[in-house]
Design a protein around this ligand. Sequence first.
Ligand code: 13P
Ligand code: SF4
Length: 368
Amino acid sequence: MSILSLLTETSSLPAQYTTLSTEELKKRARAAREKLQDRVYILGHHYQKDEVIQFADATGDSLQLSQIAAEQTAETIIFCGVHFMAETADILTSPDQNVILPDMRAGCSMADMATISQTERAWTHLQELFDDTILPLTYVNSTAAIKSFVGKYGGATVTSSNAHKMVKWAFTQKQRLLFLPDQHLGRNTAADLGIPLEHMAIWDPIANRLEALCALEDVQVILWKGHCSVHMNFLPKHVENLRKNEPDRRILVHPECTHEVVTASDDNGSTSYIIDQINQAPDGSKWAIGTEMNLVNRLIADNPHLDIVSLNPFMCPCLTMNRIDLPHLTWVLEELVEGNVVNPIKVDAETAEYSKIALERMWKHLDV
Ligand code: 13P
Ligand code: SF4
């Protein structure tokens, strides 16, 4: 869903849920949850609001949530996250299970930056330039159609917690790789593995053009020109300011940040990695975190013995993750009690088949 439609589209939430107090909503959500018992399982991504996370049966990063979804036997999974995550859950669960996204407007601007028609067009162009030497890899933050494309052409999905292993594996398969849709995760990972920045070209899906800084035969990685609009808000100047004013504050960022920010920071990793580092931090230690604000605020609240700030003091939560809120969650739970599955996410059988191949290749090759 584009940012424009996100801002203009309204959700189908019945009006009555918008006037209820938080206490009333909590009471009703709890009552509905209790009635549904093990018929429903609620997943919550780390970037979700506290008002939603309190109802999650499991929380996690993208990798953990997809693994948990694959093991679920509940009739219905309510996915408190964004659209591509709910699609992945649908792909990994059986056809008779339902996956619900409480608000259909919870898309991801990064996933929207690689459409299937752009990708097919790029692939044709890249095959002409490089022949059959490219393996496609896609970050799980992509539509099911892109995962399916990647699965069809021998590639796999990656998450921010296993990108290094998957990129290493990709080079055992082909001479070069196409990394969709996040150029920053792709660049940060490939650079960590020793690939020179000048051997990474960029595919611009709008101009339909390859931007390369080296001879074509030296291109090892083709980065799709996509990004996360949240993590793009962490800038080198934020790191510089902290280094100057508070050199003892450890800077920990998500690899969706730019290469300049990641290399200037002390450490980087997935949302689970960030949480683990904070859980192991010595009392009184000082941290600046470069990731989504709902998670940073939760880390601050849960760890009063630490001094935690956001790397960007003016950071906002992810707009689309925030679409999932208590009124929407209460609504879908109460409808389920009445036997109605609202906002179901269904991936068509062919797309699901190849997407599943891409996801399964990821799990199979994690030991490389
Ligand atoms: P992870 O959960 O893999 O760290 O991804 C972060 C993210 O941007 C999810 O939308
Ligand atoms: Fe998409 Fe970035 Fe929001 Fe994650 S944080 S859902 S990648 S826009």
